[in-house]
Design a protein around this ligand. Sequence first.
Ligand code: ATP
Ligand code: MG
Length: 324
Amino acid sequence: MTDPAAAPVAAPVAALRAELRDRIARVFIGPDRIVDHLLVALIAPGHVLLEGVPGVAKTTLAKAFSATTGCVFRRIQFTPDMLPADITGSYILNLRDQQFVLRKGPVFANVVLGDEINRAPAKTQSALLEAMQEGQVTIEGETLRLPDPFLVLATQNPLEQEGVYPLPEAQVDRFLMKLIIDYPDVAGEERMLATYDHAPAPVERVLDPEAIIALRGQAEAIHVSAEILRYIVGLARSTRDHDAVRLGASPRASLSLMRAAKAQALLDGRAFVLPDDVRHLARPVLAHRLVLTPEAELDGVTPQQVVEHALGGVRYVGPADGVR
Ligand SMILES: Nc1ncnc2c1ncn2[C@@H]1O[C@H](COP(=O)(O)OP(=O)(O)OP(=O)(O)O)[C@@H](O)[C@H]1O
Ligand SMILES: [Mg+2]
């Protein structure tokens, strides 16, 4: 720890992370890494896609995390018959005075759980995805700002299933990261059966909107050296040059990786980004944005492998502690 600026933020942020892990562990059995990544996204800031097969507690996790934020929370259960206005809202006629009044949709919240997002048709998905990108929605020509903070946690099942609408490639780029929710390990699953025969107590808040905005401000002030920036750009470019890739990581992706790395540094109580922060977040931040060539897909190449390849091939050149 070379920078005295790290000292004042370190203790409260470390305590916050520990508390958050503890609260969520009461309802979700899984690696701490998942909870940490959610916290990174909240601070970076950016939206999160949670992917996993049915019944691995995607919804449970997203609801628990939302509860810890102390923010206004809404859940949108996506269905095939859903319309964009079901997300954003619409004007309805008030019969008493014959005036049209705006009824805001569920997207007007701080934390929005878009559950099973790939069960809704493209137009409806894009209503949410546009809101995510713009921080605002347009209803009948009127533009309305969304509250701050605004965080979307969307869940989806892997795409091979029937009756789902894959998110368009251009739109998954709007998620800061995709987290794969896997099966719990044997011990974890046994513990779940032993402890979850009764409904767990509601998850308590750890944060509030002001605290989240303050954390975001602290993360912005984290130092990123020129060498770290070069490393991030090198990784992004490496995915673009890979033979198996049709569409590599966009500049938005490199920006996302930098923001996420800053949030990670803050959580670890550092005032500067380390190359390890970048390595640690490269998979969840980059992999979901890569589109492979059809041949590579047939050969069983995965986007994760492409990111691994980038991590293996691109060298960080600079001081080991990332500070300059
Ligand atoms: N890792 C886990 N830790 C705690 N509970 C779990 C875990 N995995 C599954 N469960 C339990 O399994 C049930 C299903 O969870 P949940 O509905 O959140 O899954 P899901 O991934 O959202 O499923 P779907 O894709 O069908 O919506 C819940 O009762 C949840 O508590
Ligand atoms: Mg679910």
